[in-house]
Write a protein that binds this ligand. Structure first.
Ligand code: SF4
Length: 269
């Protein structure tokens, strides 16, 4: 089985020191597994991480070429889609702020609590480090939606979104992984949610933990968690709900990517 981002992340120091050129250890692990980044760029590799290095290198050599090519194509296609848009016009509608640098327009967007600067040809952190292409694709999709209305405050399931049937399985897998990770550890989930800026709410009657995240300004995500009940043989459960207008801002693939990012960040926090 190929090594995953989470497997690698668990072996990293998780200090988010930035010495590898990425803002967080999670971003670095994502780059290594998905983009073929050289593991040695982290000067603080643990023995456990070094033990994985050979395996990950072989994994990178096997499958990255074609994947990189398709990501580059997707990114280019989205940049072409965004190129004719007037960023000044659409900034407010997507909850961004508009600016210009050396005559190049950009918008600043809050993404999982980090400020990202989206130019028409690149996406970077304010200090200039380029964001990984997966995040760039998501942000260009978000901008290209040119969504205008705000969140409605009503919550819907992923399954109720048009054409979601074939993708529901992916969401259920993410929910199951997250539930299994935090089963019997509700306090850990509460702490992780707080670290990610999650806001506790009371929306559903019976869920043990209910938190709203705002990974993108106009895309709130509601996490519902039911703790395991061993006496009743009831496993821990997680459900994600989305704002009634979410499809005005993200397509289904982008929404799943966003949830995957949220789940990874919670497990890494
Ligand atoms: S991966 Fe290593 S260098 Fe990068 S942020 Fe984490 S500890 Fe620091």
């Amino acid at each position: 089985m190929p090594r995953t981002v989470m497997e690698l992340l668990k072996t990293l120091p998780r200090t988010n020191c930035g010495a590898c050129g990425q803002a967080t250890c999670l971003a670095f692990a994502t780059q290594v597994i998905k983009e073929g980044e050289d593991m040695s760029r982290c000067p603080y590799l643990t023995e456990a991480a070094l033990a994985l290095a050979g395996e990950i290198k072989a994994q990178q050599a096997k499958g990255l070429g074609r994947r990189r090519e398709s990501i580059a194509i997707a990114l280019e296609a989205l940049q072409e889609k965004v190129a004719p848009l007037d960023l000044a016009d659409l900034a407010e509608g997507v909850g961004a702020s508009y600016g210009e640098m050396d005559g190049c327009p950009y918008v600043d967007l809050d993404y999982f609590g980090h400020r990202l600067r989206v130019f028409k040809d690149k996406v970077c952190y304010p200090e200039g480090v380029e964001a990984n292409p997966w995040d760039a694709i998501l942000l260009y999709n978000y901008l290209a939606s040119q969504g205008k209305t705000g969140p409605t405050g009503t919550w819907i399931t992923f399954q109720s979104l048009p054409n979601s049937v074939s993708k529901t399985k992916t969401l259920k897998r993410l929910e199951k992984e997250l539930a299994a990770h935090f089963a019997g550890k509700q306090r850990d989930l509460e702490r992780a949610a707080a670290r990610l800026g999650g806001q506790p709410v009371k929306v559903a009657e019976d869920a043990d933990l209910q938190v709203i995240f705002r990974p993108l300004p106009k895309v709130p995500v509601l996490l519902l968690f039911w703790e395991a009940d061993t006496e009743e043989d009831f496993p821990a459960q997680v459900h994600f709900l989305f704002d009634g207008k979410v499809s005005e801002f993200l397509d289904l693939e982008s929404l799943l990517f966003l949830v995957e990012q949220l789940a990874d960040r919670l497990m890494a926090a």
